[in-house]
Design a protein around this ligand. Sequence first.
Ligand SMILES: Nc1ncnc2c1ncn2[C@@H]1O[C@H](COP(=O)(O)OP(=O)(O)OP(=O)(O)O)[C@@H](O)[C@H]1O
Ligand SMILES: N[C@@H](CCO)C(=O)O
Length: 310
Amino acid sequence: MKQVTAFAPATVANVSCGFDILGFAIDELGDWVQVTQSDSGILRVVEIQGDGGKLPLEPEKNTCSVAIQAMLDEMGLRQGLDIHLFKGLPLGSGMGSSAASAAAALVAANEILGNPFEKKDLVPFAMEAERIACGAAHADNVAPSIMGGFVLIRGYDPLDVVKLPVPEGLYCTLVHPHLELKTADSRSVLRQQISLKESTVQSGNIAGLIAGLFQSDFELISRSLKDVIAEPSRALLIPGFYELRESIRSVGALGSGISGSGPTIFILSQGKEIALQAGEASKEVFKKIGLGVDVYVSEVNDRGAYIQTS
Ligand SMILES: Nc1ncnc2c1ncn2[C@@H]1O[C@H](COP(=O)(O)OP(=O)(O)OP(=O)(O)O)[C@@H](O)[C@H]1O
Ligand SMILES: N[C@@H](CCO)C(=O)O
């Protein structure tokens, strides 16, 4: 019986101006999923570690099994598979926790089945898992978690995912305040209508950010990290959000925003030194508020989900 273990990384979705259409992957932080063939003929989640007992073992509720089931359905296949999930990511953090589970499960199951799908073709299956986790089949966490790097979701109908270049020396600092914010809840505070003026501002910024990535133009990236759609509503749910933005200006970071639906805040910097200093400045902000934080500094992970060898 074949057994495969895969890792899938944390992700920063939206990247300020790219609501539901842009995300990138982080190094090291992520979920591990082991998939083992069985002769049971069914899909089972047999064990979850690292979730404090919070995640469901029922296959129709866990993002690992929902994603694999979507893949098996597409193939018209019945296959006995046992899933062991090792959560490395905190829940409801804004770091794409549900997405990383689905991405790792798919990459492992795809390997067991002889790799019938390219990585990019696994994205729609992982989106079905996101629908279960937060009520919306958004792809801006699952696509970068599977494919790595920066990924643009050019369109959803039909799905059109585009991998973008990563400028050398671009670093991300993730600041995770010790709060849990469910994606479904932070989607519910969003306005359903935006004005023509807001649409123009947002379009200019997303175009600028993508041009900045292609040209490795850090100043352009910095000027473009603005969100007039989701951030004004969601920032109110994150204590210290604007204070942090102010504090990282002095260390020369490029900018900051809400990672996915929060409460994690991402900061982009040119070079590791500034990224580390931004992390220290952020810790000070949250110390004053009296809220614990975890800070991670990472390059953009261009590899995405991978199979564990050895
Ligand atoms: N393997 C899993 N199976 C089922 N639900 C999961 C799994 N992993 C996480 N979740 C749940 O999915 C829900 C959606 O939030 P998730 O944890 O993905 O948000 P997040 O980490 O804040 O990421 P983001 O805001 O970037 O989407 C949470 O309630 C979380 O507990
Ligand atoms: N684009 C999604 C990402 C959630 O991580 C949102 O902002 O709700």
